[in-house]
Every structure is written in structure tokens, then in C-alpha cells.
Design a protein around this ligand. Sequence first.
Ligand code: AMP
Ligand code: MG
Length: 367
Amino acid sequence: MSPRRTALREAHGCVLAANVRATVAVPGFDNSAMDGYAARAAEVAAASEANPVTLPVSGEIMAGPVRPEPLVAGTVARIMTGAPLPVGADTIVQLEWTDGGTETVRINRAPRRGLHIRRAGEDIAPGNLVLAAGTVLGAAQIGLLAAVNVARPAVHPRPRVAVLSTGNELVEAGTPLGPGQIVDSNSHAIAAAAHEAGAVVRRVAGVSDDPEAFAEVFEELLKNTDVIVTTGGISVGDRDVVKQVLSKSSDVRFERIAMQPGKPQGFGVVDGVPVFTLPGNPVSALVSFELFVRPALRRMRGLPPRVTPLATQVPWQDGSAGLDPSSGAVTVVVGETLLSQSGKRTFPRVRLERDAAGELVATSAGG
Ligand code: AMP
Ligand code: MG
């Protein structure tokens, strides 16, 4: 997706499109890291429990939009955490090292020069690289952008994904089922998967198998969507509405893929919108999402491709020790014979359990 400047709130979870360099210093001014007294180190250097130093308190400096008076020689100023340091002060005597006095203060310990002073720019100096392009903006990154006074970072916007389920048999979850009806689980599962993949999701549930009804909904979605994902209606049945409508009116291609589950698939770009037509079987639909839709959404979000098991050489072919866990893939021990149909890449659903040695062992979870 082409970069766009957005408010921080919308930028959360997006990928930064350009390096952000600081134009300001953080902190922006010298300030106190403690509640206490701004002082000159030389004037309190002799202070100890046995021989405290007592000095007049010449003022009070709060955190806030003020420029404090310079510190009068021979005095200290009460100062709060985050308040600007007065000119002349070069140390902070923390409250706990004093009697807390307001007219005069007795100081029991000598702070070294610079103690508890946060210097302007000590965290970030103007010109520093704050965040690199390609960074996913989590809570800490959003805070950092705000801290360097960037209110509208350039990010790859989240793709808007419409999830459309088809089938006359479908009813919305929570509805009592009549004869021949099933709950529409696909639209929820695929919408959730797209949400997890960083999309802004619109769920359009249970569109009927009537070609005109489907075409109308589909046309409408094309206008304000970046990706359309449909489920169902793409096999060889008479009433396979998605295939029937889109194979006539668009460049969506319907193919059989040598994989299991998820043999029937369709894909094409219609009016600039990528359209994925996933099978209706819920397991097929979700596996297909992982293999085809999620990588596309990563790309649209400005993320590099993730090495999926599909794209990776199997370890015994390329000699590598195994798959990289940071890629989302893990290496497991196969705990029982898992067969694939000849000529098909099989994606078996498995249970993972740790054995006594701590190794992950996969056993079939069935269909
Ligand atoms: P289809 O490809 O439309 O013939 O659907 C294949 C199988 O998946 C049928 O058993 C459907 O009832 C089932 N199915 C289709 N769509 C959904 C859905 N949205 N939720 C749950 N099951 C579905
Ligand atoms: Mg159907």
C-alpha cells in the first residue's frame, strides 16, 4: 500500500514507510530527575550527616511552562521532578538527603556534580535516527514517535479486506439451525485471520448462491476495498456462484492446485483489487488463507516476505539444521506416519506436544 501520513492512533500496528530522524532533543531541556533542591555542587560538597550544610531556599520550581530564575549564589531552589534546571545549578540534592525545609534546608549528604540532572538531548539528539523504515509500530514505537513530536508518521496503511462468505445453507452464529442449515464459520475465521494479519476487515456474511445477488454485493465491495476474500462456491457444482459469476465477468482464474486441503482455488485482480476465492470447507479456507492471503497482506503492509514452510527448502535438501522459529516455522519431530496423497503437497493438521526431552512432537489431529 502506498505510504500515507496518519495520526498516531491509526499508525499503531502499521509499518513505518520512511526513516524517522529526530528534529528535537529529548529531553528538550536540562531538568531534574528527582524531587529535591537545585544546588551548586561546590556549595554543598562539605555536607555530611555529622556536619550538615544549611542554606537558604530562594525559590520553588515546578514542572510546567516556565523559565526559572537563575539560581542565586549561596542558595538552593526547591525543584520537582521534570522541572527545568535553573541556570547556575549543577546538581540536585534529593529530598531524602535533606530535612525538607522551605525557608532554609539542612543538607546531610553531598551530591556529586550532575547528579539527578537529565541533560537536554541525552536520550535523543536532533538528527538521531529514531526508527527505521520497515519497523512495525507497537506501543513503545508509538510512544517514541510522540516523544520526538511526530504526530503523523508516514506508514503503509492497513489493507482494507472484505471477507465474503457464500452459501444458501449458511446462518449467522447464534441462530437456531433449521433443516439443512449450517453456521457460517468461515466468514468469522477468515475475518479474524485477516485482522490478525493487520488488515481492516469488513465481514459480509452468508451471501446467497444467487448469481445476481452475489454480483451485486461483489461490485459494491470493489469500490471501497483493497482486497476481497470469498469463501465457498468455487468447486464443480452447478450452483458454485463465485466461479460462475467471476469466471465470466472478470480475470479471476479458477484452478485446481496440487495440495490438500485446498485443491480448488481462484485468484485474479479485478479493477485493481486482488480477489482471492477460497474453498468453502472451513479447514481448506483457513489453510488457504495462511498460504496465499497472509503473504499478500504482509506485502501490502510493507513487510518482507516471511519464510513459510511452503517456501523453504526442506532441511534434508538444503543441509540446513532446521527452520528459523522467527519466521513463524518450527522444526518438530513427526510422531507417527503421516501420509500425503501422491503428487499433492499435504498440509496435515497436527497436535504439538513436548516429549520428555522437550522436543515438539507432531501427531495427526485428523481432518
Ligand atoms: P462449497 O465450496 O460452497 O460447496 O462448500 C464446501 C463445503 O463447505 C460445504 O459443506 C459447505 O456447507 C461448507 N461451507 C461453505 N461455506 C461455509 C461457511 N461459510 N462456513 C462453514 N462451512 C461452509
Ligand atoms: Mg456453497
